[in-house]
Design a protein around this ligand. Sequence first.
Ligand code: ADE
Ligand code: ZN
Length: 324
Amino acid sequence: SDLDGFIAGLPKAELHLHIEGSLQPEMMFALARRNRIAIPFDSVEQLRAAYTFSRLQDFLDIYYQGADVLRTEEDFHDLALAYFDRAAADTVVHAEIFFDPQTHTARGIPFGVVAEGLLAGMREAEARHGLTSKLILCFLRHLSEDDALATLREAEPWLEQITGVGLDSSELGHPPSKFRRVFTAAGERGLKRVAHAGEEGPPAYVIEALDLLHIDRLDHGNRSLEDEALTRRLAETGMTLTVCPLSNLKLCVVRDLGTHPIARMLQLGLRATVNSDDPAYFGGYINDNYRAVAPLLTRADLAALARNSFEGSFLDQNQIALRV
Ligand code: ADE
Ligand code: ZN
């Protein structure tokens, strides 16, 4: 339709994308075959049918299991390039992608295999599509802070090619305060800092991410709206929220798309953006996410969301002028 054309025509940046969450069932089977690994599903259809979740943890269990087929530098390169090809088709001109090194190093895959594969895919996407990208290293919050500190040390040879650190995985019971020291260390190395907060966790976790982790961007942030003073603070400081509508639906963060808070966020003056989170698991890439919330929004709102994605990116101002 006309609206689909409008959304498809908006240049956009994607700021909340887990590269392991872009692993499509077809590629999972292909990599299992290439690496001679058995996977506990008979077909792509049977695997897709397992993607029904009542909460974040249901998804994480199957997402970490799926990542087991990723073994070689070539696998990580192919994974990244497949995402960038698909993103380019949705008029994404810049992407800041998350990766979860601990998911791989815990299985004996060296950090450098993961990083070099992803970086090669990023270079190829820029040559092929002109799509620029940045890499954000996420710490798994269900693991210890010592494990996160060891991961930051392992990353040391690649830190010039890594833009920032993030915090993801099981939110409830793993507050931002658990990662204060590793985020301080990352800041001292000049890395940007982001964190998932307020997806399932309470507004207090968002406040900890601001005050203790000194985040530059807030991933999800939905539950911030339960706290009026916090909402005002986020608006007044121009904090970017990386919101993921289809993820919120599939993980039961919202009851239905009609009650998604994205319109309210814009009305409250929050710098919200729209992103796909884990597109292979949640049933849609970035334009699908824009389309999912479009009934709640005006065209000016949709254009503002796309503009916010550049303003909230880690590109500098003159790079933004060139990208939009
Ligand atoms: N890892 C991948 N996607 C995630 C999400 N939406 N929340 C927390 N951890 C994640
Ligand atoms: Zn996420």
